[in-house]
Each structure stands twice: as structure tokens, then as C-alpha cells.
Design a protein around this ligand. Structure first.
Ligand code: ADP
Ligand code: MG
Length: 400
């Protein structure tokens, strides 16, 4: 993979595909980790005299402009982080983008509006994506891929655009890939993986691969209930992927046979109501053993016995990969499981990698020092697919 040092950037218009998909509350950025992660790449290009055109997606607009997904607040925050103005283009390839780019001086930075305001960005139709990529390519002289969180997407700005311009990987992607290589090639053992979060079906696939790699798998978050159900337990109204029960059963059998420790929660905080994440009003929950979830309640966090058990399973680790909060950490009553895991990671001497947008945000919003972890990845799906051994379109496009 070429790096920025292999590109001629001085005086050139350099398109940086970043991942600035940050969580927003109205137009307030609640976690700016992804902006800070790519800022050094942008600053380096600007210092080298490039005219820097930054572009990203934000959320899931439906292929047309939608003000609630505007990148305008991100342009402002990026400017604060860089300590210089960032011109904001009100569209992606329209008059505003063309005029803003044309007005850029050497060392100046602009951010385009949300790429997903154009249907061509995410289209499954190769020709439609190509047409959008052609329009983006016309704005720039070179391409830097640095949106690690989006490299598993075969999208126009990620996959089609680099083929049209001299291209290189940015510093963030280089770092992220370097870390993930450590987890896939010659990993230091014991290698313990903690999996939680809500995107159960996405994450079940990675278990398949990890059963052949990790020494221990600790399961929490929404996906735990599919496992508990597969063991024959009542899971009430918890998140459940009924259709995945056969797969999960096979994972448990394989783990047993191959001597991989697959550890499930032994107790749960369960409630009849999903908590109010806006008011954060005190939740009404019970703490029950994992085989005693009442039929009218859903599991929302791992309980105290599980926190202790998982901490003991992490204590002697040499390598840890953690993806997905263990509970609904956005509410203080259900943040304890996620906090306990974060603390257990800090208490080990292991090389610790945290992946996933919400996991990374959880670590920061729960008050942990992010620099105390080995690496906090900006990519959730991307890091999981890398660990699954899949070819990631956005990395493949930077390869040649
Ligand atoms: P990441 O972004 O780190 O990959 P996900 O997007 O998969 O993680 O999941 C994060 C979400 O999972 C959080 O919003 C959290 O509230 C939710 N979650 C965790 N545990 C549960 C649970 N038991 N029930 C419902 N949602 C959960
Ligand atoms: Mg997420």
C-alpha cells in the first residue's frame, strides 16, 4: 500500500476520504473521536501545500439531502481541531463544491457535504457509482483513503474513486491496519475477545472466524441472548436472533470440541422497559441469574457476577480485542457492565484493542483515558470484517 509520502501533493487538489460519521445530538457532536483521528492526516497534507478536499458520510440519509445528516457541525469542529478555517461546501459535486474547491489556496482545507446525499455513493449499480465517482474525480488530482470505518463498504468514494486518481493510504488507515495485523498474524496469547453490542447478525459471522483464533470469547450485549436462548433459557423480550440459533448452537459445540472458552453471562440486569436515554430517568430493573430472566423483561446489561467473571478471564490476557458495549451504556443504570470491561482491559498488561463506533464512544463518555488503551479503532464493522479475513473493498482499492 502506498502512503502519503509516495504521493505528489504540493499545489495539488487532494481528496481525502475520511470517516467523520460522528454521533450527533441535534447539531451537537457528542463524541469527536473520529474527527480527531483523521485530523493529523489532513494537517500533514495541508502543511505539505496540498489543497485538501475532505469528504465523508454521516448517518444513513436516503440518497438525497437531509439537513439532520449535514456535515456542517463537523466542518466547524474540524476547523477548531486543525486551528484553521475549514470551508464548507453545501453539496458534494455541485456548484458549491466546484466553487469552494476552485477557491482553495495551497494548504487550505474544505469539507464537502455528506457523500450519501448523492444516491451514487452507496448504489449497488456499478454504473451509477461510477458516474458519481467520475464527478468526484473531476474535483481532485489525487486521492488519500483514510476513512477506515468505511473501508468495508463498496461505495463510490471508497472503492471506485481511488481507481480514477493517483492514490495512497492515509496515516490513520496505515495505523489501523498495522494494529489489526498484530491480531491476525502471530498474536500473543492468551488472546481474549470480548463481543457485545446490538448488531447481532453482523457480529455472529466474526465468531465463526475467531473460534479458530482466540483462546477465549466473552459474550455480552444484545448477542448474548441468542446464545442463552440456544442453551434453552428463557430470554423474555431481550434482543434475539431466532434464525441464528442453529449457528450459535454449532459455535458452542465447536468451542467445546476445540477447547476454546466461550463464556456467557451468568447474571443479567433485566427490565420491562427500555430505558429513557434522553431524560436518563432512573431505570426499574431486577438482577437475575441468566437462566431466570422473567418472560416479560429484557436483558439490558451484564450483572455483577458476570462482570467479576469476565474481569478474571481478562486478567492474564496478552492480547485483547473488544467490540461492542456489554449493555445499554447510554443509560447510567446499564453502563456498569461496559465500565467493568473497560476497567478490566486497563488492569491487564495485555495489548488492548477497542473497535466499534459505540464502543470507542463508550470508553470516552464513561470517563476512561483513551490513551491508556493499546489502540482505539475508528472502525467497528471494518475491523470485524478484517478479523474475519474478508477482503475490504476500500483497502483493496488502495493496494495497487
Ligand atoms: P459498536 O458500534 O461498538 O460496534 P454496536 O453498534 O453493535 O456497537 O452496538 C452498540 C449499541 O448496543 C449501544 O447503543 C447499546 O445501547 C446497545 N446494546 C448493548 N447491549 C444491549 C442489550 N442488551 N440490549 C439492547 N441494546 C444493547
Ligand atoms: Mg455502532
Amino acid at each position: 500500500m502506498k502512503t502519503i509520502d509516495d504521493l505528489e501533493v504540493a499545489g495539488k487538489r487532494v481528496f481525502v476520504r475520511a470517516d467523520l460519521n460522528v454521533p450527533l445530538d441535534g447539531d451537537t457532536i457528542t463524541d469527536d473521536g473520529r474527527i480527531r483521528a483523521v485530523a493529523p492526516t489532513i494537517a500533514r497534507l495541508a502543511e505539505a501545500g496540498a489543497k485538501v478536499i475532505v469528504a465523508s458520510h454521516l448517518g444513513r440519509p436516503k440518497g438525497a439531502p437531509d439537513p439532520q445528516f449535514s456535515l456542517a457541525p463537523v466542518a466547524k469542529r474540524l476547523g477548531e481541531i486543525l486551528g484553521k478555517p475549514v470551508a464548507f461546501a453545501a453539496d458534494t459535486v455541485g456548484d458549491s463544491a466546484k466553487a469552494t474547491v476552485a477557491a482553495l489556496g495551497d494548504g487550505e482545507v474544505t469539507l464537502l457535504e455528506n457523500l450519501r446525499f448523492n444516491a451514487g455513493e452507496t448504489s449497488k449499480d456499478d454504473a451509477e457509482r461510477a458516474a458519481f465517482a467520475d464527478q468526484l474525480a473531476a474535483l481532485a488530482d489525487a486521492y488519500v483513503g483514510d476513512g477506515f470505518g468505511a473501508v468495508h463498504r463498496k461505495h463510490a468514494s471508497v472503492y471506485d474513486l481511488p481507481a480514477r486518481l493517483p492514490h495512497a493510504a492515509g496515516d490513520l488507515i496505515a495505523t489501523e491496519v498495522g494494529v489489526l495485523k498484530k491480531l491476525t498474524e502471530d498474536v500473543k496469547r492468551p488472546y481474549v475477545v470480548v463481543l457485545g453490542g446490538a448488531k447481532v447478525s453482523d457480529k455472529l459471522a466474526v465468531i465463526d472466524e475467531l473460534l479458530g483464533k482466540a483462546d477465549r470469547l466473552l459474550i455480552g450485549g444484545g448477542m448474548a441472548y441468542t446464545f442463552l436462548k440456544a442453551k434453552g433459557y428463557e430470554v423474555g423480550i431481550s434482543l434475539l436472533q431466532e434464525d441464528q440459533i442453529p449457528a450459535v448452537t454449532e459455535y458452542m459445540e465447536r468451542a467445546e470440541r476445540d477447547g476454546v472458552e466461550l463464556v456467557l453471562p451468568v447474571d443479567i440486569l433485566a427490565s420491562a422497559d427500555f430505558p429513557d436515554l434522553k431524560t436518563k430517568a432512573p431505570a426499574d430493573f431486577v438482577t437475575v441469574d441468566a437462566d431466570r430472566i422473567p418472560s416479560d423483561k429484557e436483558g439490558l446489561d451484564i450483572g455483577p457476577k458476570t462482570r467479576e467473571l469476565y474481569a478474571s478471564k481478562l486478567a492474564d490476557a496478552a492480547t485483547v480485542f473488544w467490540n461492542g458495549p456489554l449493555g445499554v451504556f447510554e443509560h447510567p443504570d446499564y453502563a456498569g457492565g461496559t465500565s467493568a470491561i473497560a476497567q478490566a482491559l486497563l488492569d491487564t498488561d495485555a495489548f488492548t484493542v477497542v473497535g466499534g463506533g459505540d464502543s470507542a464512544a463508550a470508553v470516552r463518555t464513561l470517563g476512561f483515558d483513551e490513551t491508556a488503551f493499546g489502540h482505539i479503532s475508528t472502525g467497528g464493522g471494518a475491523s470485524l470484517e478484517y478479523l474475519e479475513g474478508k477482503t475490504l473493498p476500500g483497502l483493496a482499492a488502495l493496494e495497487d
